[in-house]
Design a binder for this molecule. Structure first.
Ligand code: G3H
Length: 542
């Protein structure tokens, strides 16, 4: 096999070398979805380029042109807000007053429409964000499963709420009602899945939505506007495209957004929250930065640990909020861990996202590469080394992963979420060292412990459960399975997102209650028997 360097230099193909079945035609989207219609956009457009580059005739590299989308302005986002407000109509709209069963039917229709677009959406995920074809397919299928699981969870919730509770002579039916207008913004690393893990629960609970796709991964959403228009009443889903500062600022400043559902950086979340003039009205559902460490104890199984750490650090090039972003390795493994880790890293296939078994692919922008180089240089200037060959070197948008050792608390890599193929690590003797890292970190999402010693694991877990939201034993950190709660402490999250928790964060418990007098009972009986109300109902959803 050729040396890493020469493989890197040959990583990008000539255009005619791209297999036909993976090629994609540019998508020019000159429309947006508002008031239930896909309307023509007149204005400036944003050109979209892929992380994938191709060689030109004179052996230069250029990013593949993928298409264009509207660069909207304040007028357009206020139009979307108006549509969402009208559809909600202060809670009197068709959608928020619809029965749960009717809303479920609309979402089922949407799933059918979505499935028809699988091939195109998968291709777009791959081309727009450089995710491997296999992982892009997984993202699509996981999203469909998530929606179906959401429907099941809502049926379950509704069934449980269909009965009356009797306490101290008071009869009550307790259900969940929508909150109003939700602004949904997902991240670029899971542009479909993580957008939909807030968008779908928000919609299905009766809210109306404005959604803005992430910076990378916009075109895949443009091809789904018809599916939304065909499945939901006008104004339930509205899209805004463009620069976040321009299109999101007026929405937040209006004070009319009831829920901000945002997955991205805590810095951006802070700005958005502070733009809203009514902080108590605004509910936030946030999935933010993380700096999940792996803590590798002296009795860990070296082979399992190395393999899991490689997966945890480099799946989708380390661009996961749950990625392992710093490794604390017990001194017992000095030298051997690093050796095995680099060996496994060098076995990872890198290349174009459509290649079979490819693990490391190009990054979405030069901005990301410059940032990663900056944090590596910062660490090197303070005494660390890049300990693997070619670590941190790039050819165009492709950067070879860097293993940086030893890191300490003077370095940016200690604090900042690098969100890319860079792994800082250090050896430790005293367990207090990694514990101090976790305690002093601004983030508190997850930790991975590697050990086989029951006592040590238990002791460590009992401390870590008060610092982070999930402790993983002998495995990388991760969000799934999606029925498990996904949340974080400190600057890592607000609210919990599992299939069933998401239904709760986009709704509020609401009661219909009455004193159990004979008269009241007769009135309520009549409401139930005649099915006068969508809320006061004992119907069972099958
Ligand atoms: O980017 C953060 C994602 O929620 C991580 O999900 O652990 O399934 O990759 P994952």
């Amino acid at each position: 096999m050729k040396d890493i360097k020469s493989r890197m230099e040959a990583i990008f193909p000539y255009e005619n070398e791209i297999p036909d079945k993976y090629k994609i035609e540019p998508i020019i989207c000159d429309r947006y979805l508002v008031h239930g219609e896909i309307v023509k956009f007149n204005g400036e457009f944003q050109k979209v380029y892929s992380p994938v580059m191709v060689k030109t005739k004179n052996s230069q590299l250029k990013q593949v042109y993928l298409g264009e989308y509207p660069l909207m302005d304040e007028t357009h986002s206020l139009e979307a807000l108006d549509a969402a407000l009208k559809a909600y109509d202060k809670g009197k709209g068709l959608w928020p007053t619809m029965s749960v069963e009717e809303r479920i039917n609309c979402v089922l229709k949407f799933v059918e429409e979505l499935k028809k677009k699988r091939d195109l959406v998968v291709k777009l995920i791959m081309w727009e964000i450089g995710k491997s074809l296999t992982d892009s397919e997984k993202e699509f299928d996981r999203t469909v499963e998530y929606i179906l699981a959401t429907i099941d969870a809502l049926k379950e919730l509704d069934r449980a709420s269909s009965k009356f509770i009797i306490a101290e002579g008071v009869y009550a039916q307790v259900r969940r009602s929508p909150l109003g207008v939700v602004l949904c913004m997902g991240p670029y690393n899971y542009p479909l899945n993580e957008t939909y893990t807030t968008l779908i629960p928000a919609i299905i609970m009766g809210n109306t939505v404005i959604f803005k796709p992430p910076k990378y991964g916009v075109l895949l959403h443009t091809v789904l506007m018809e599916a939304f228009a065909a499945s939901f009443p006008p104004g339930v889903v509205n899209t805004v495209f463009g620069d976040g500062k321009i299109v999101v600022t007026p929405l937040m400043k209006s004070g009319k957004i009831d829920v901000l559902a945002f997955i991205g950086s805590s810095a951006v979340a802070d700005i958005l929250k502070h733009l809203h003039p009514k902080p108590h009205r605004l509910k936030c559902v946030l999935g933010l930065d993380a700096k999940n460490p792996a803590i590798i104890l002296d009795d860990a199984d070296l082979e399992t640990t190395v393999k899991e750490c490689i997966l945890g650090a480099f799946s989708y090039n380390g661009q996961r909020c749950t990625a392992l972003k710093i490794l604390f390795v017990h001194k017992k493994f000095e030298n051997i861990f690093i050796e095995r880790f680099i060996e496994e890293l060098e076995n990872l296939k890198f290349g174009m996202p459509w290649e079979e078994n490819v693990k490391i692919t190009p990054l979405p922008s030069f901005e990301r590469i410059n940032y990663l180089k900056e944090v590596i240089s910062d660490a090197v200037s303070k005494g660390a080394k890049v300990v693997n060959r070619y670590g941190g070197e790039n050819v165009g948008t492709f950067m070879y992963p860097a293993v940086v050792y030893p890191v300490d608390d003077k370095m940016r890599l200690w604090y900042e979420e690098q969100f890319g193929p860079v792994v800082p690590f250090r050896y430790f003797e005293d367990i207090e060292e990694p514990l101090d890292f976790v305690i002093n970190s601004n983030y508190g999402q997850q930790v991975a412990i590697f050990s086989n010693n029951p006592e040590k694991i238990a002791k460590l877990t009992d401390v870590l459960v008060n610092q982070v939201s999930r402790i993983n034993l002998n495995s990388q950190c991760q969000r799934g399975p999606d029925i498990l709660p996904f949340t974080g402490r400190k600057d890592s999250a607000e609210g919990t997102l599992s299939v069933s928790d998401a239904l709760k964060v986009f709704s509020i418990r609401t009661l219909f209650a009455f004193k159990g007098t004979e008269n009241n009972k007769q009135v309520v009986k009549s409401i139930l028997n005649n099915r006068h109300s969508k809320f006061i109902s004992t119907d069972f959803i099958f």
